[in-house]
Design a protein around this ligand. Structure first.
Ligand code: PHE
Ligand code: FE
Length: 278
């Protein structure tokens, strides 16, 4: 950007910034905003022990994300940066895919700065700051997961070029957002869409209704998902290393193999699926 003499150039307008980054505007949150955060935080943090995986619980504790109010992204970024080299940047809601992937590829997590209204405590279509911080950031304190999300960002840029975004988006959905992990103590949650949801964090572990299927990369990349209700299926990993190893190879031949294959319905169960018992 070139220097101009005291005038605001178009390039300085927030919407013109290629990375879509804005100020969080922390000082502008009102008492109601912080009160909504507190209610969500208290409700969810009570549910997490015994449900979320250890990496998540440790991340939440070490971040020091607190019940007292919406955290300041800058302060949170200092802690996160020291642990895994990630930072949080504020964006105005959803950003274009390419922008999103570019941030992840450079170890920046784009988080929305708005918080839901009191009548939206249980249901949201678009992520808010509670989902983004409480849901996503604790796992970014874990080195293996932090590397996974960066690799995912790079893979996203590649998938865009290959016209395979749909396949890769399903992987994000069924791991980062709605993933379950099998531990000796039992099934645990690591997906951010689950940990930030009061209803789903119980449903996904206890309800007899959804299918819980052992992780299978190609199966996941073929499976549609629903954004308007609890999931009809969850995919269960054995470890984060399993996830990292399975996604390490070049996906180009995988995308070719998937091209033209019909999508699998979210509620479908295939003969070759391995079901995980609760
Ligand atoms: N290995 C994938 C590729 O070549 C990228 C990727 C990594 C995707 C991690 C998801 C998660 O496209
Ligand atoms: Fe999310």
């Amino acid at each position: 950007m070139t220097e101009t003499e005291g005038t605001t150039t178009v390039a300085e307008a927030p919407e013109a910034r290629g990375d879509h980054v804005i100020e969080q505007g922390w000082a502008e949150y009102g008492e109601l905003d912080h009160a909504i955060w507190r209610r969500l935080f208290e409700r969810q943090s009570k549910l997490m022990p015994g449900r979320a995986c250890g990496e998540y619980l440790r991340g939440l504790r070490d971040l020091g994300v607190a019940a007292d109010g919406i955290p300041n992204f800058e302060r949170l970024s200092e802690i996160l940066d020291r642990a895994t080299g990630w930072r949080i940047v504020a964006v105005p809601g959803l950003v274009p895919d390419e922008v999103f992937f570019q941030h992840l590829a450079e170890r920046r997590f784009p988080a929305t700065n708005w918080i839901r209204r009191p009548e939206q405590m249980d249901y949201l279509q678009e992520p808010d700051v509670f989902h983004d911080l409480f849901g996503h950031v604790p796992l970014l304190m874990s080195p293996v997961f932090a590397d996974y999300l960066q690799a995912y960002g790079r893979g996203g840029l590649k998938a865009l070029g290959l016209g395979a975004l749909k396949n890769l988006a399903r992987l994000y959905w069924y791991t980062v957002e709605f993933g379950l992990i099998k531990r000796e103590e039992g099934l645990r949650v690591y997906g951010s869409g689950i940990v930030s949801s009061h209803g789903e964090s119980v449903y996904c572990l206890e309800s007899a209704s959804p299918n819980r299927i052992a992780f299978d990369l190609m199966r996941i990349m073929s499976t549609d998902y629903r954004i308007d209700d609890f999931q009809e299926c969850y995919f269960v990993i054995d470890s984060f290393d399993q996830l990292f190893e399975a996604t390490r190879p070049d996906f180009t031949p995988y995308y070719q193999a998937l091209e033209g294959r019909p999508a699998i319905e979210p509620g479908a169960l295939l003969a070759e699926d391995r079901l995980i018992e609760i």
